[in-house]
Design a protein around this ligand. Structure first.
Ligand code: HEC
Length: 110
């Protein structure tokens, strides 16, 4: 039983590491803000406001799919023949989280 306390210490350490990782996992909104998308875009429905002039994205999911958004912000897809002004620089995982989140942006029908 000499090693029990070491085992407990290791278990505690593992627990702390795992929960710290879970906390740093970013959601769509924090990636949107960290990527400075909010310099140009507001999303009024998410309380994201800006002085920028780009379209509000509160309803972007109504006619755009997450896949398309992911390609558009990495300049693999065009809108009206034009590429997006900004290239997304995050990881593929962040791109997926961000585009999936934006794909859910739909205004409730009035
Ligand atoms: C420098 C300003 C600027 C930044 C920063 C910016 N955008 Fe844009 N975005 C625009 C403009 C302007 C448009 C309108 C279409 C166009 O002219 O390209 C647009 C269009 C879009 C569209 C299509 C909207 C629609 O109604 O179809 C999406 C989606 C989008 N941006 C997502 C993003 C995301 C995600 C980020 C952050 C990674 C971002 N944008 C950062 C300026 C910006």
């Amino acid at each position: 039983m000499k090693y029990t306390k070491y085992l407990l210490a290791i278990a505690a350490l593992l627990f702390v590491t795992v929960s710290a990782q879970a906390q740093t996992k970013k959601d769509g909104k924090s990636i949107f803000e960290a990527s400075k998308c909010n310099m140009c875009h507001s999303i009024a429905s998410q309380n994201i406001t800006t002085k920028g002039k780009a379209p509000d994205l509160s309803n972007v999911g109504a006619d755009k799919k997450a896949d398309w958004i992911a390609k558009f912000v990495t300049k693999q897809e065009k809108l009206d023949g034009k590429q997006h002004g900004m290239m997304f620089k995050g990881t593929p995982e962040e791109l997926k989280t961000l585009s999936t989140w934006l794909g859910t942006m739909k205004k409730a029908a009035k």
